[in-house]
Design a protein around this ligand. Sequence first.
Ligand code: NAP
Ligand code: MG
Length: 487
Amino acid sequence: MISADIELLTRTVPTGLFIGGTWGESSDGATFDVIDPATESVVRTVSSASTSDAVAAVDAAAAALPSWGKTAPRVRSEILRRAFELITERVEELAFLISLENGKALPDARAEVRYAAEFFRWYSEEAVRLAGSLQTAPAGGYRIVVQHEPIGVAVLVTPWNYPAAMATRKIGPALAAGCTVVLKPASDTPLTALVLADLLTEAGVPPGVVNVVPARRSGAVVGTLLAQNAVRKVSFTGSTEVGTTLLHHAADRVLSSSMELGGNAPFLVFADADVDAAVGGAMLAKMRNGGEACTAANRFYVHERVADEFGQRFAAAMEGVRVGPGYAEGTELGPLVNAAAREKVASLVEDALERGARTRTGGAIPDRTGYFYPPTVLDQVPADSSILGEEIFGPVAPIVRFSQDDEAIALANSTEFGLVSYLYTRDLKRGMRAAEALQSGMVGLNRGLVSDPSAPFGGVKLSGLGREGGHEGMLEYTEAKYIAVDW
Ligand code: NAP
Ligand code: MG
């Protein structure tokens, strides 16, 4: 049943480059394989864009820009709304494809597809609400008119962990603002982005407005994209390491840059927390997307008075998670995306164990095909363990005990990253005070999930620049034009 589904689905998935509204092959014929992480077998072979394909994609986006930028906001809005509806009609098909190329379990894949669609709905609503301002100059005598214009051609570079949502979170606001785009999806998961290209065409997006160029030679291709004169914007989601490289490229051309980079989210459980709620929140914050999320709780700081109870219940919940191929019905945790990702997780766990951490559950690679790693809880993790300083990106939860709130907040802030923090307490005053003291762009207060298309998502410190989602997300694709008027 499953292999028949895979057959049927993958036969209809596009595998070329999408440039100027048409499908084509790479100019030098290069290709790469997309692997199913549950079976380690090839799903499809996809064209790998060359640097001349990159130039062609920017040319197509530049040619489409003037008319798309002048298209009535209502028309752009209705195209995005139609895209939301088309994705919503195809949740099952898209979820299956995401699970196949990324490995995530179907419940996570379905949640991603709905989340991805919501960016198109939200930005269909924002497209008609891009208000400027008018005021009298403080000195009097003339008026200050400010309007928001589309910034121009945007290069979008996305990671493999949310193949649909990271693309729609950028395409939605860019199109709403009147920009045209070139999307470079991650090489582990290009198929979902290619299906989205087809779907956007069906929704009415004109040729050249959205171009998609999968490329294994990502450094050369993205470097070429950013070097083109027509490009005015780069929006990247991925590792801090690659983001930093792209900022150097952006500096050469003074490009507007939005960066959603790595995280190292602390999860604080205060002595007065509702432990049941904290365990529920921990399961969400840790296990959403199998732990492969930049928002994933990476370090659990638990007050010593509740640490045993929290640790036991959390480990019991983790033990109950059903592991298997993501697309098999009933699976709650699929494999990690690739062998390197699993190696990294395993070595972080080994390092913590060698330093004296205690295993509550999990902790070893199973003997089976596929890049599986079991749900794992480590307790009493020593402060010098690498797992507390690096992004785990897998289903592993390290617990550290604390005795004072101030100590927990200092530990939470003792990182160069600052994307999101989670915190559980029954006392809202104490919670708000801590939320303000935490150095992160987002805080979940008695909540294990913060992502929402209508809210500004983003980090401080090495976690990034700019915000995605909300009204802020669209302003990232505009320039303020100030007109001084004497009338
Ligand atoms: P990555 O290696 O940084 O890759 C992200 C994207 O950049 C991919 O499309 C990749 O293409 C491309 N890329 C890789 N090397 C490049 C280079 N030298 N020049 C230009 N582009 C390059 O990250 P990943 O391994 O896909 O994803 C995991 C990381 O992303 C984690 O650190 C996670 O925290 C972060 N992330 C952050 C957020 C957020 O919103 N803050 C969301 C999701 C993920 P290839 O696939 O072809 O290498
Ligand atoms: Mg990578």
